[in-house]
Design a protein around this ligand. Sequence first.
Ligand SMILES: Cc1ncc(COP(=O)(O)O)c(C=O)c1O
Length: 295
Amino acid sequence: MDTYYIDGKFVGDDRALISVKDIVVLRSFGVFDFLITYNKRPFHLDEHVQRLENSARYIGLEIHHTNSEICEIVQETVKRNHHHMESAIRIVYTGGISSDGLNPDGRGILMVMVTPRIELPPRWFTDGVKIITVDVERFLPSAKSTSYLSAVHAIQQAKKQKAIEAVYVDRNNRILEGATTNIFFFKKNRLVTSHRDILPGITRSIIIELAKDFYGVETRDIDSSELYDMEEVFLTGSNKEVAPIVKVNDLQIGNGRVGEHTRRIMQLFRDYTNSYGQGKHRLQLPAICTQTGFA
Ligand SMILES: Cc1ncc(COP(=O)(O)O)c(C=O)c1O
């Protein structure tokens, strides 16, 4: 059995319960963050907790813990799950009890759920995968709130089309991000990723830092018409890491195989996570984000 932290206590996962009166249940008023471990070390925990705090501020949810308290609780919860080879960590902060179902009465609840990390199919990374595009605009996109209805719905559509992710396109035909990933593409030796109205992915920031030494990196709006000129495409995210894309809807990308630049990015990320896990290397990432935009 896994051990979770909930509202001041460490308990078996089957005893981690919240009230049905918590406003997160009926109104999805809460925030969360997700990260994994490498060599049992939570990967860039500080940045994930900073993003949780930012998310809470954007949606107007009060957090009654300091960032360092949350980091300590996460570290302790990971330690209590030492039976995992590697862990997936979900940090959730609920809006708390609401008497009228619209206004939180007071304090929310902090939960840390630590589960075994599930390995993704290796052929995704050797052969590349398909994604689809969907018309979605997230409300307050810089916040990772518990309200992920559009993501769940988009992933259902993706699965029906044998795709692993759905990428959001907005009313201005801008390609924004995936349901739980950020998107990058290569064109003429330059690496491009969208820069606003997205969640500031921690993996995205790391890839920008790692890629800078090898490629010109552009962070800008991406028009959906650019799909036709993309030479290589990949997604980044805490769970999928760097996932090569060879098909978008019915459009083949490049020659339909994982391209050499993407393979290099995957290797750079693998090397970095290995050395991070051994405590040897830690990139200084730019400040997580502001509400209006970030680099
Ligand atoms: C909407 C959205 N965009 C991007 C990401 C990728 O962020 P990260 O690299 O920090 O996992 C996520 C991850 O959960 C997400 O939910």
